[in-house]
Design a binder for this molecule. Structure first.
Ligand code: F0G
Length: 482
């Protein structure tokens, strides 16, 4: 905590920025919230933003940009090829990562598509601490298989381990040997491991993974989408990083990893993405896919104004005042909820707060989708939109059987610099009400189940009438309040 309060009992995270543009919000009455979630097929992705009070779906592309980021958009050099804007983007990447080569792509999954096209072939495996939805979808689409080697501690919902995203290094060596290095497309380290609760990977572990890859001659890839939070945790939780600058950490990683890619919707609080490396030959092997799928090499499907905002955002990702805000607000929310007794993923990570739905509704089996049910209940309770990160977010096995998620989570992402602390407190209060009324929450069943990425557009309905009962209880407890 950078700023200490005189009266420690009043200590809260203190913003090192001020808000100068605001957007009006509405909170619909609970009866309308019920109607909206049912019309959305109990899928929070299908809600309309106008019907939402706190949008905690994601921190992707919805963070508040800085004054400098929006100002930079005015100097964009709008040319199809050879844009000065791209040269500025390259210079920012060089400053942050120290790398000379950059391929622009329109967002993180576009980078994943290119990596998969270039390196994944049928029969190859891609090894990672944990998969991300789009990463896995691209790898399996190209005929590859995803193997996850997060250390066992990563899957314990409650722990005080500071780096739950770490790889199991012994398993990594054994797995590379078992499959043969030539059959490993790449090893991917996901910083700020998304699907297990935004949990960081230590610098020591990342560097060890890179060394193992190097020894076996296997490509190492760093997904740096959530690296900002991860660097904050390295600096605050890992002794060897305490006196390193953020820039030293980014550079050290880039020196060791063969390829780094990122979603600039997260890293740098903008939109867009990129792939960077010290290795020109590797970049060349992916280059042809950029004009094919994205756009010319100096814009990669990203609007030039947006590229300017990424550029400024990347410089700002070195600034602890900026990158500490998310983790500190998240820690505050997790602590409030934990004090209320709500089962959470602990310790607090980056990205957002994660409710452990298996413990909130322990009687709901995986195939009644507990995390989606809790997500629908929270929208009814408070107009708060979270994201299901449980069995609905998994893909069925090739034979059609359900793949049950290791963790049934409802993620409450914290878009950076968007919500005030009073809104965070409101969120905690409505979660507490939902927790106290958890026995009313029932299951969901499919109405329409798409084959691919079903969590985006699938529709479900309640089993029984529990949602109407929840609304009645809300009226009993809150009277005519919104
Ligand atoms: N890698 C990680 C770790 C991510 O969290 C994401 C996106 C991507 C890759 C893909 O990037 O969205 O720009 O295509 N995560 C978003 C989220 C979608 O809500 O967590 P993208």
């Amino acid at each position: 905590m950078a700023v200490k309060f005189y009266q420690s009992e009043n200590q809260v995270p203190l913003e090192m920025h001020k808000v100068r543009v605001v957007q009006k919000l509405t909170l619909l009455p609970v009866e309308q919230r019920l109607k909206c979630i049912q019309e959305a097929g109990n899928n929070t992705f299908l809600l309309q933003n106008k019907d939402i009070y706190m949008d905690m779906l994601t921190d992707s592309g919805v963070n508040a940009m800085s004054d400098k980021q929006t100002a930079a958009m005015h100097i964009a050099d709008d040319s199809y090829a050879g844009s000065e804007t791209f040269n500025r983007y390259k210079a920012a990447v060089k400053e942050v990562f120290g790398t000379d080569y950059l391929l622009p792509a329109h967002q993180g999954r576009a980078c994943e598509n290119i990596l998969a096209e270039a390196f994944v072939k049928p029969g190859k495996v891609a090894i990672m601490n944990f998969h991300f939805t789009t990463t896995k979808a691209h790898i399996t689409r190209c005929g590859g298989e995803v193997l996850e080697l997060v250390a066992k501690k990563g899957l314990l919902p409650q722990s005080d381990d500071p780096f739950k995203g770490d790889f199991d290094l012994e398993e990594l060596k054994k797995t590379i040997e078992a499959y043969g290095p030539e059959n490993v497309a790449f090893v991917r380290v996901e910083s700020g491991t998304n699907l297990i609760g935004g949990q960081p990977v230590s610098l020591e572990n990342m560097l060890a993974v890179a060394d193992i890859c190097h020894n076996y001659g296997v490509l190492s890839v760093l997904d740096a989408s959530l690296l900002q939070d991860n660097v904050y945790f390295m600096k605050t939780r890992e002794a060897q990083c305490k006196y390193m600058t953020t820039k030293q950490i980014y550079h050290l990683l880039a020196d060791k990893m063969d390829i780094i890619y990122f979603s600039a919707r997260k890293l740098g609080f903008a939109r867009g993405g990129g792939i960077t490396s010290h290795n020109g030959a590797l970049i060349k092997s992916m280059m042809e896919y950029i004009p094919l799928y994205e756009g010319f090499l100096t814009y990669g499907g990203i609007d030039v104004r947006t590229i300017e905002s990424i550029t400024e955002g990347l410089y700002e990702s070195l600034d602890m005042d900026y990158i500490s805000h998310g983790p500190e607000f998240i820690a505050y929310l997790v602590k409030e909820l934990d004090d209320y007794g709500v089962p959470m993923i602990k310790p607090a990570g980056g990205l957002g707060a994660h409710l452990n739905c298996s413990e909130i509704v322990p009687n709901l089996p995986h195939n009644q989708y507990p995390a989606a049910a809790v997500g629908a209940a929270l929208y009814i309770a408070g107009g708060i939109r979270g994201m299901e990160r449980g069995t609905v977010s998994e893909q069925r096995e090739p034979d059609g059987t359900e793949r049950y998620a290791e963790l049934e989570l409802l993620r409450l992402a914290l878009p950076r610099r968007v919500f005030t602390l009073s809104q965070v407190k409101y969120c905690a209060d409505r979660v507490k009400w939902m927790w106290d009324n958890r026995e009313l929450i029932g299951g969901l069943q499919w109405v329409e189940e798409p084959k691919v990425l079903r969590f985006f557009f699938g529709r479900m309905k309640e089993i029984g009438h529990w949602q109407e009962d929840l609304v009645c209880k809300f009226r009993e407890d809150f009277g005519d309040s919104l």
